[in-house]
Design a binder for this molecule. Structure first.
Ligand SMILES: [Zn+2]
Ligand SMILES: [Zn+2]
Length: 75
C-alpha cells in the first residue's frame, strides 16, 4: 500500500524506523497492523529480534505479513 505525505502529498518511503518523505524530509512513526484483522499488533522485542503478536486471536504474525501504516493515518 502506498501512503502520501500529509504536507506535500508526495509518496512516502517505508524504512526500518518508519515512513519518510523524500521531498520535505519529514519522518513519521509507523504502526504495525495485523493482515488478518487489521488491528494494531503488539510489538515484542527480544534478543535483537522483533516479533509481532495479534491480541485479537491471530497470534504471532510473520514480519513479512505485517502491514505497516503511518501513525498519522491511525489517529
Ligand atoms: Zn512531504
Ligand atoms: Zn489479527
Amino acid at each position: 500500500m502506498n501512503f502520501s505525505c500529509p504536507t506535500c502529498q508526495q509518496p512516502l518511503t517505508l524504512s526500518e524506523t518508519g515512513f519518510d518523505c523524500p521531498n520535505c524530509e519529514r519522518h513519521f512513526d509507523r504502526i504495525a497492523l495485523c493482515p488478518d484483522c487489521h488491528q494494531p499488533l503488539q510489538v515484542l522485542k527480544a534478543c535483537g529480534a522483533v516479533d509481532y503478536f495479534c491480541q485479537h486471536g491471530d497470534g504471532l504474525i510473520s514480519k513479512k505479513r505485517v502491514e505497516f501504516t503511518p501513525a498519522f493515518i491511525a489517529d
